[in-house]
Write a protein that binds this ligand. Sequence first.
Ligand code: ADP
Ligand code: MG
Length: 439
Amino acid sequence: IWDEVLKEASYKLNEQEINTWLKPLSIAELRGDIVTISVPNRFYKTWVEDKYLTLIKNIFNITLSIEADIELVIKNQTKKKNNNIQASSPTYHININNHNSNINKQYTFDTFVVGGSNQFSHAACMAVGEGFFHTYNPLFIYGGVGLGKTHLMHAVGNKLIQSYPKLKILYISSENFTNEMIYSLKTKSMDDFRGKYRSIDVLLFDDVQFLAGKERSTEEFFYTFNSLYDSQKQIIITCDKTPNEIPTMEDRLKSRFAWGLIADIQAPSNEEKTAILMKRAELMNLELSEEVALFIAENLKSDNIRELIGALIRLSAFASFHNEELSIELAKRSLDKFLIKKDRALNPEVIIDTVTSFFNIKPTELKSKKRTKSISYPRQICMYILREKLNISLQEVGEYFGGRDHATVLHSIKNIENKIKTDNELKELVNVIYKKLYS
Ligand code: ADP
Ligand code: MG
């Protein structure tokens, strides 16, 4: 787990800070709502408390979804000695000595699971990664939070570094671009800033949506874009929406985004989520069965892959702490509040209750032989819904209505089926009932 914390921290801190201050720490105990971290000495304790505690806490709470307080203890004063809680995930390292330093080495094509939801973007990125530069330029990738956009960009970077070590590749988020620009304005070093951005071969520009509304940085990005594009350099841009959906983004920039290829990433299916979990478990040396992976994939509330992986890390933390295997039962316990609460089970009684209370009639009336329209119409609708939602046999449906035979039931259901095709009011009405069924 500590490795995961270090990895997350590496997005916020530089390598030296991590090596000096965070690497020497370890998790001593993980219990309920307290994470105890052991630090080498007093000096560390004060320093870490002052400077990094908030960050560490945020990583635990937000990224790893472990809602806990952090307690620092000095190593030899730890009550229990370091147990084997640390997951053996690969260590994270960045190379700060060359211009490709801000490419995250862990985000490669090898660790990226391809499926229907992302294959288009993946294929386009692969092509750029293999050095086909002018085909998809700019390459604009859009998709929701945590669906792998940043991962793909770094994967392109990593692949290019391997085959073309001389290439100058720069990964930057629009936020950091803005920060750098503001700094350069303050220190009157805009020439350096422009020089830097216009001398690169491949620009990986992440989360362009954050430029929206920021006139000065949008303008600066516009010039950077033009200059690179004119000299036939490759540009990849990511965004959480399509160019046209970005509010207050200049039209001239939007239209440029459409010059190349626009590719999307959709939310993953349960099968893809399962595959991603299996892959991640393999990278973390965890023994995860497909059954448990599928359980998490199907039951986690969110489609965000970062949260999906967070759930796995949380589960593995629980497993090593309690010295248990990764099981569905443990997943239920450890992930409880992140899991979808299954809908109140739909059954015939619930449906009949909902329909009768909607039409303000009594269930007994529905079951009676009454044929007035105010009763027979709701009755038909109810039969239709039973059949639609529960897919039970005609005969069984009939049994809920005072033993009507299956021909009568079929006739009623067909009647509603036909009407619903043309009658918008009826359609709307049935939809309202559906909503009530699930509320
Ligand atoms: P985004 O930039 O779209 O918000 P990220 O690229 O940061 O999302 O992905 C979030 C997390 O999910 C990362 O840890 C990333 O490695 C992982 N991830 C996303 N998509 C995949 C995938 N297809 N296969 C494996 N891991 C993935
Ligand atoms: Mg991202």
